[in-house]
Design a protein around this ligand. Structure first.
Ligand code: NAD
Ligand code: DAU
Length: 352
């Protein structure tokens, strides 16, 4: 992509990863106009963007990617050169209780954006790009060994991953059928500041602070590959600018952890940060009913993005976890705002 001056639409920029992507682009490229389109669902939070909200190259637009005519009008009004699409329903457990919400936002919403881009750009696709941000969960589950590569066949197991897999296929199909210039990346589990406390790490940080039980699903021997969110945002910037059209890039942390080992590490670190007796947080661990269709293991082979684009994670897990815990301890107001109201209902429904 030409870096001189671009109008970029970022969807889902008020969410966890999107907020880091938006902050990165707005501060790094003063010559770009960054438009953040977000419906501000329970997961979207403008507090995440306080540091850049007054930048002249930043515009927030509240809107839903399911609103077809609204999306078409945005392309006409702001003349987007590129799209970085992150807006999604993102939590596996919620997809088990309400799959249709995932079909709507993740599949139909993505197709609405693809149509808007295709129609607005017509056949002049030079210096245009549609970047779809996806997940490693589309590949299904690994056994005890092996890694997901870009060639691993899709085999999604949850309504969430099925909806993301479907959206990936639509993006590819628009490239094949209409010549839409696209790139896709599939990333492993992110962690870091602004993460909504429904996901493992921020949920457990919050529960440890509150001295509430830590609900480990099943036997806790499930494995995830963790990446600090700012490293993902850097990779997204790189793939958007330097990635090759029609290619997929796997992004991961080279950092596999069994849930139970990760939870025990988190407990230890939190005991120190909170000046609690060593071992007190571990006592909060409670094994609970397993997640249905729970994928055993995810692990990414990120050698393609490393070799072709020179990306690798810059933050070690120890540094990233320490930064993350510090952020939550220093942002108690953020945490109490997002855990009041509807969150309490959600928590009761999921965990009691
Ligand atoms: P998130 O749930 O924190 O944020 C999603 C954002 O999208 C929110 O701001 C929400 O308000 C917005 N949104 C939801 N529905 C919308 C709609 N219909 N119209 C407009 N905006 C809407 O999600 P996240 O964890 O930041 O994930 C972002 C993207 O990255 C998702 O596509 C997800 O599948 C993908 N991903 C996430 C991870 C991870 O570990 N969190 C890993 C790999 C890929
Ligand atoms: O791999 C990328 C994916 O990572 C993203 O696409 C998803 O958007 C993101 O939510 C994440 O999915 P996971 O299901 O892996 O993340 P979650 O934090 O929900 O769970 C991580 C692991 O911890 C998983 O094995 C389930 C387990 N878990 C989770 C919760 C919320 C528990 O044991 N207890 C819990 O309360």
């Amino acid at each position: 992509m030409n870096k001189k001056s671009l109008n970029i639409l970022v969807t889902g920029g008020a969410g966890f990863i999107g907020s880091h992507v938006v902050m990165g682009l707005v501060t790094k490229y003063p010559n770009y106009n960054i438009f953040n389109l977000d419906a501000l669902t329970y997961a979207g939070n403008l507090e995440n963007l306080k540091s850049i909200q007054d930048y002249p190259n930043y515009t927030f637009i509240k809107g839903n990617i399911l609103d077809e005519s609204f999306i078409n009008n945005l392309f006409e009004k702001y003349e987007f050169d590129g799209v970085i699409h992150l807006a999604a329903e993102s939590h596996v457990d919620r997809s088990i209780t309400d799959p249709l919400a995932f079909v709507k936002t993740n599949i139909i919403g993505t197709v609405n954006l693809l149509n808007a881009a295709k129609n607005y750009w017509k056949n002049d696709f030079s210096e245009k790009r549609f970047y779809h941000v996806s997940t490693d969960e589309v590949y299904g589950s690994l056994g005890k060994t092996g890694l997901f590569t870009e060639e691993t066949p899709y085999d999604p197991n949850s309504p969430y991953s099925a909806s993301k897999a479907s959206s990936d296929h639509f993006v590819r199909a628009y490239g094949e059928t209409y010549g839409l210039p696209y790139v896709i990346s599939n990333c492993s589990n992110n962690y870091g500041p602004n993460h909504f406390p429904e996901k493992l790490i921020p949920l457990f940080i919050n529960n440890i602070i509150q001295e509430k039980s830590l609900p480990v699903y099943g036997d806790g021997n499930y494995t995830r590959d963790w990446l600090f969110v700012e490293d993902h945002a850097v990779a997204i910037d790189l793939v958007f600018h330097e990635g090759k059209n029609t290619e997929t890039y796997n992004i991961g942390g080279f950092n596999e952890w069994k849930n139970i080992d990760l939870v025990k590490l988190l407990c230890k670190l939190m005991d120190v940060k909170l000046n609690r007796v060593n071992g007190s947080s571990e006592k909060l661990i409670t094994y609970v009913k397993d997640r249905p269709g729970h994928d055993l293991r995810y692990a990414i082979d990120a050698s393609k993005i490393n070799k072709n684009l020179g990306w690798k994670p810059s933050v070690t897990f120890e540094e990233g976890l320490a930064k993350t815990i510090d952020w939550y301890l220093q942002n108690e107001e953020w945490l109490s705002n997002v855990t009041s109201g509807n969150y309490q209902e959600y928590y009761k429904k999921m965990y009691t």
